[in-house]
Design a protein around this ligand. Structure first.
Ligand code: 5GP
Ligand code: 5GP
Length: 230
């Protein structure tokens, strides 16, 4: 066979392998970001927020999502349109989801919309390791391991409207959990930079925390970071 023909058949085989990989839900990511949000910082912005139907959530970090990500910083999304969120598959987790993954978006709702969005956009890209129930269970379990608010409080970083440095926040969490988070800030109504989200990294199996292979981008926090009450 001529060299070009060999080359062409190799290329065809490669394309076929890639296509089969995609169709079989093969893993197309390297790790997860577990993203936590501080409700006080979601709510005190110009946009404001709405409490879910179950009432005002606890003053604690809630889950935003568990997001498959690649080491080059890119990420897959909406990987399986056939895998719609089905609340009946997580009925045993509803109480925990309401408490630890509360929605703050308006209009007031029961959280199903937020969870459906996260499952369909991110969860479906990890169907090789998690079905829907496993995905939500893993995020809840990982969050519970961190006890981030206790870590901050123990270091004197309290949600009291005071200002802290990025180093104070990162060091407190690193000392207590062993992992340094990425800190994402947003702005309150007056334009002050405030602690909004914390990004942690989890291995591709979704089982244990790891040092982050890449930073998530996000907004810079500046030198003074408000930690608003909720
Ligand atoms: P992502 O930013 O994960 O793509 O999308 C978040 C989506 O979930 C947005 O459409 C947002 O309106 C909705 N959402 C519902 N509740 C919340 C919440 O409590 N926090 C955040 N960040 N988004 C929420
Ligand atoms: P934002 O622009 O608010 O930071 O992000 C909007 C949405 O894009 C997030 O809620 C999330 O769904 C997705 N997203 C943003 N940054 C990342 C990232 O670094 N990794 C992943 N997997 N998703 C991200």
């Amino acid at each position: 066979m001529a060299a070009w023909a060999t080359y062409l058949s190799l290329a065809a085989v490669l394309l076929l392998v890639q296509a089969v990989g995609r169709c079989s839900g093969a893993q197309d990511y390297d790790f997860f970001f577990l993203v936590l949000q501080w409700p006080g910082s979601y709510c005190d912005t110009r946009q404001s927020c709405c409490y879910p139907r179950s009432g005002k959530p606890a003053a604690d970090f809630g889950i935003h999502g568990l997001w498959p990500n690649r080491e080059d910083g890119s990420y897959p999304q909406n990987c399986n349109p056939d895998s719609e969120f089905d609340p009946s598959k997580v009925s045993d987790l509803m109480g925990s989801l309401r408490a630890q993954w509360p929605t703050l978006a308006c209009p007031t709702n029961d959280g199903l919309r937020f969870w459906a969005h996260e499952w369909e956009k991110h969860g479906t890209c990890a169907e090789g390791v998690f079905n829907e129930h496993g995905y939500f269970q893993a995020a809840l379990r990982l969050r519970a391991q961190l006890r981030v608010l206790d870590a901050l409080r123990d270091a004197g970083v309290n949600p009291d409207g005071g200002y802290y440095t990025l180093a104070q926040i990162k060091d407190a969490i690193q000392r207590s959990t062993g992992f340094e988070p990425f800190v994402d800030c947003n702005r309150d109504e007056s334009g002050n930079s405030q602690l909004y989200q914390l990004y942690f990294c989890v291995d591709a199996a979704g089982s244990r925390f790891i040092d982050c292979p890449v930073s998530p981008g996000g907004r810079p926090c500046g030198s003074r970071i408000e930690f608003p009450a909720f």
